[in-house]
Design a protein around this ligand. Structure first.
Ligand code: IVH
Length: 673
C-alpha cells in the first residue's frame, strides 16, 4: 500500500518533469525557473534512490538533461548494428534451433555449437580501428547511423588506443558493451537511478572530462566491418580479442545442446545478483563463422543468434477502465488502464489486452483483479483474472462493433494463409476518413524507419492535427511556420530547427517512401522488395494507371495478400490525392541498378524441384548475396530456371518455350564458384 502511494507520487513528478522538459528543450520556452526545475529533478532521483523499484523511461536519470542527437555528429555504421531476437523458454530455444537446422536443410550429422555470453545490460558501442589505431567510436543509434562519441569512449581504460599485434586486422569495427560495475555505481553520489542509466548518461556528456570521472568499463563481443580478420569461429574471435588487449566476459562459454543451454541459464540466473554487473539474459551465437555466414540475417536480427531473457516479473493490480486504441491500419487494440503497480522495478499503469478474442477467452472485465506480467522491454499484459475477487454486479465487456473514432462498422478479416477469421477487429474505413487512423498514419509517416523527421514526435503530430496544421502527409511539407511560431511553447529557434529537419527529408529513397505510405501488409521488408523491383515511384503509380497489379505476383516474396492490399490502397481517392501531392513536393530517388559487385548482377532466377543439401531459403539468400534476384514465375524476364529433384514439368516446358536457360544445381553452383 505504501509502495503504491510512492509510485503515484513518483508518476506525478515524472509527468511534471516531462512537461517542463518539453518546454525547456523541445520548445525552447521554459515555464519554470532553472532552480525549480533542478529541484524537481533531484526529488525524482532521490525517490528512485530510496525506492529501488521506481523506474520510468522519462525519468531525468535516463538522460543527463539534453538531447544527445543534437550534440553529437551522426555517422553511418559501415555494417549495421543489428539487434537480437528474444527467447523466453526452452520451447523458444528449440524453435530457434529448428529454424536454423531447416535453413541448413537438416544436413545429417550437423551439431550446432553455441558461443554462450551473458547479456550485459549496458550501452553498445562500435570502435573503428585503422592500422591498429582507435579512430572513431560510435553509439548504436538506430543501428544504421550512430553518434560520434569518440572522445568520451577514449576515456575508458578498457579501450586500447593502439594495438600492435601482427594478427590485428588492417581495419575493424570492434563492438561491445559499455557499462558500470555495481560496486562502482554504489559510490556515485545521487546522480543516476541505475547502472545502465549511469553508463548511458556519462557516455553522452558534452565534455569528455565529465565522462572520465565515471569508472566505465568495456567488454568486447563482436565486430562489424573488417578487413583482414582471420578467424573461423566466435570462440576464436573472443580469444583474439583478449590477446589484443580487450576485456571479454569471464562467464563466456561454449555449449552444444539446448539441454545444457538451459542448465547454464538456470545457474546464471540463480547467481545473477552475485555478479558485479547487471545482466538481463544470455546471448547464444552459432559458433562457426561459416555457418553464421550461410545463415545470414532476417530484417534486423541475425538468424544465428538469440537473446535468452531472464524470466518475467508479475504483480497484481486492478483494471480501472478499458480503452480502445486505433492503429494506423484500423486495428482496434484494447488496453487496460490499471492501478499503477510496481513490476520488477518498473511502474506499470497500462497493460495490453491484445484483441477482442483475448478479452473473451480470459473473460476480462472492468473492475477485475488481475495478474499482470512484464518481461524486459515487452509490453505488459494480463495473464489471468482472479474470479474470486470479482464483484456481483460485474458485467462482460462489450467490444465496440463500431469504430470509436469515426463510427464506421468494424470487421474481422478472413486471413488467406491461415484460412481463418482474424482475431483482430478493424475499422472498415479506408484510412484518412477515420480521424484516429489518419493521425496514426501521419505518425507512421514521420517515424524513424520512414521519413525520420527529427524532433517530430507523436505529441507534435497530435497537436498539429488538432490545430488543423496537418491533416494529410503532404501538409507536412507546406507547414505554416509563422502560425507555429505564434503557438505556445514554440520560438524562432525551435521553428527554424523544425523547418530544417523537414526540408532535409524532401529527398527520400523510393523504399522508405513506399514504407511511409503505411499500406497494410507492406512493412519494411516488403517495401524493400517492391522498390528493388519497380525501381521508381513512376512505375509504382503506373501500377494503378495501367491496372497491372497482377504483375506484382512475379516478385518473389509478394503474395496475393499484399497485392490485394496495394489494390485497395489505389482504389481510395484520398490515397491517390496524397500520392499526387507528394510526387509534386518530393524527390523520390529511383533505385539504382543493383550493386554491380555481385557475380549474378542483373540476372533473375527461379527454382523448381528439391535441391540437394540446401534449403530453398539458403539458395535464395545465396542468389541475393551475389546481387541476383529471384522471381516466382516463368516469364520472358527470367534468365535461369534452376532444376532440382522432381521438378514441375509445366515450369520446364514454359521455360523451354520462352528460351529461358535451364540449369541443374551443380551448374548453377559453378556460376557462383
Ligand atoms: S551480439 C548481431 N553479444 O544486446 C548480434 N550483443 O539486442 C548483436 N548485448 O545491442 C550483438 N551482450 O547491446 C551481442 N555478448 C553479446 C551481448 C550483446 C549484450 C546487447 C547489445 C545489443 C543487444 C542486442
Amino acid at each position: 500500500m505504501i509502495d503504491e502511494k510512492i509510485s503515484q507520487k513518483y508518476l506525478e513528478k515524472i509527468k511534471l518533469f516531462k512537461k517542463y522538459n518539453k518546454h525547456y528543450y523541445d520548445l525552447n520556452k521554459p515555464i519554470i525557473d532553472d532552480h525549480e526545475f533542478d529541484k524537481l529533478k533531484l526529488e525524482i532521483i532521490n525517490l528512485e534512490k530510496k525506492n529501488k523499484f521506481l523506474k520510468h523511461k522519462d525519468s531525468p536519470s535516463n538522460s543527463v538533461g539534453f538531447k544527445p542527437s543534437k550534440i553529437f555528429k551522426k555517422v553511418k555504421h559501415k555494417t549495421a548494428m543489428l539487434s537480437l531476437g528474444n527467447a523466453f523458454s526452452q520451447e523458444d530455444l528449440l524453435n530457434f534451433e529448428k529454424k536454423i537446422l531447416n535453413f541448413l536443410n537438416n544436413e545429417p550429422g550437423l551439431n550446432i555449437e553455441y558461443s554462450v555470453e551473458p547479456k550485459i545490460d549496458g550501452i553498445s558501442a562500435s570502435l573503428l580501428y585503422k592500422d591498429g589505431k582507435f579512430v572513431t567510436g560510435l553509439s548504436r543509434g538506430d543501428g544504421k547511423e550512430g553518434e560520434d562519441i569518440t572522445e568520451n569512449l577514449k576515456t575508458i581504460k578498457d579501450i586500447p588506443h593502439k594495438i600492435i599485434k601482427k594478427d590485428f586486422p588492417e581495419e575493424i569495427d570492434i563492438r561491445g558493451e559499455v557499462f558500470i560495475q555495481n560496486s562502482d555505481f554504489k559510490n556515485l553520489i545521487n546522480k543516476f537511478a541505475n547502472p545502465r542509466n549511469a553508463a548511458s548518461g556519462s557516455l553522452r556528456q558534452k565534455d569528455s572530462k565529465e565522462t572520465e570521472k565515471i569508472p566505465l568499463k568495456f567488454i568486447a563481443y563482436t565486430f562489424g566491418y573488417e578487413k583482414g580478420l582471420e578467424v573461423s569461429s566466435q570462440e576464436d574471435y573472443l580469444k583474439k580479442l583478449k590477446d589484443w588487449g580487450f576485456k571479454t566476459n569471464p562467464l563466456n562459454k561454449k555449449i552444444k545442446t539446448i539441454e545444457d543451454l538451459m542448465k547454464n541459464y538456470n545457474e546464471i540466473e540463480k547467481k545473477r545478483d552475485q555478479i558485479n554487473f547487471d545482466i538481463d539474459g544470455i546471448v547464444y551465437k552459432v559458433n562457426s563463422f561459416a555457418l553464421q555466414k550461410r545463415l545470414g540475417n532476417v530484417a534486423n536480427a541475425p538468424r544465428w543468434a538469440i537473446a535468452h531473457k531472464f524470466s518475467a516479473n508479475s504483480s497484481i493490480s486492478k483494471i480501472e477502465s478499458i480503452e480502445i486504441q486505433i492503429g494506423r491500419t484500423g486495428a482496434l487494440t484494447p488496453v487496460a488502464k490499471i492501478k499503477p503497480v510496481n513490476i520488477g522495478g518498473v511502474v506499470v499503469s497500462n497493460a495490453t489486452l491484445h484483441n477482442e478474442e483475448e478479452i473473451n477467452r480470459k473473460d476480462i472485465r472492468i473492475g477485475d483483479t488481475v495478474i499482470i506480467e512484464r518481461a524486459g522491454d515487452v509490453i505488459p499484459h494480463v495473464i489471468s483474472v482472479d474470479l474470486k475477487l470479482r464483484g456481483k454486479d460485474s458485467k462482460k465487456f462489450n467490444f465496440p462493433k463500431n469504430c470509436p473514432s469515426c463510427g464506421s462498422k468494424t470487421v474481422k478479416d478472413f486471413n488467406l494463409s491461415t484460412k481463418k477469421e482474424d482475431a483482430v477487429r478493424r475499422c472498415s474505413s479506408e484510412g484518412y476518413e477515420c480521424e484516429k487512423m489518419a493521425i496514426e498514419k501521419i505518425k507512421h509517416f514521420v517515424s524513424k524507419e520512414a521519413f525520420n523527421i527529427d524532433g517530430f514526435g507523436k505529441k507534435i503530430v497530435e497537436n498539429f492535427w488538432k490545430l488543423n496544421l496537418i491533416k494529410l502527409p503532404q501538409d507536412l511539407f507546406k507547414l505554416d511556420y509563422t502560425k507555429i511560431e505564434s503557438l505556445e511553447g514554440w520560438g524562432k529557434q525551435s521553428v527554424a530547427n523544425l523547418k530544417y529537419s523537414i526540408n532535409q527529408k524532401k529527398t527520400i529513397s523510393f523504399e522508405k517512401f513506399i514504407y511511409a505510405l503505411g499500406i497494410r501488409h507492406i512493412g519494411l521488408e516488403n517495401a524493400k522488395i517492391i522498390s528493388k523491383n519497380l525501381k521508381s515511384l513512376k512505375n509504382f503509380i503506373n501500377l494503378s494507371k495501367k491496372k497491372n497489379f497482377d504483375n506484382l505476383i512475379n516478385i518473389d516474396g509478394i503474395g496475393q495478400t499484399q497485392i490485394n492490399s496495394i489494390k485497395n490502397f489505389f482504389e481510395n481517392s484520398t490515397n491517390l490525392y496524397v500520392l499526387k501531392n507528394l510526387e509534386k513536393l518530393l524527390i523520390v530517388k529511383n533505385v539504382e541498378n543493383q550493386r554491380a559487385d555481385g557475380i549474378l548482377n542483373n540476372k533473375t532466377f527461379m527454382f523448381t524441384g528439391k535441391l540437394l543439401n540446401m534449403s530453398r531459403s539458403e539458395a535464395k539468400a545465396l542468389i541475393e548475396q551475389n546481387s541476383g534476384s529471384i522471381v516466382s514465375n516463368v516469364t520472358k524476364k527470367l534468365d535461369y530456371l534452376i532444376v532440382g529433384e522432381k521438378p514441375t514439368n509445366r515450369k520446364i516446358d514454359a521455360a523451354k518455350n520462352l528460351r529461358v536457360k535451364i540449369l541443374d544445381q551443380s551448374s548453377w553452383l559453378k556460376m557462383l564458384k
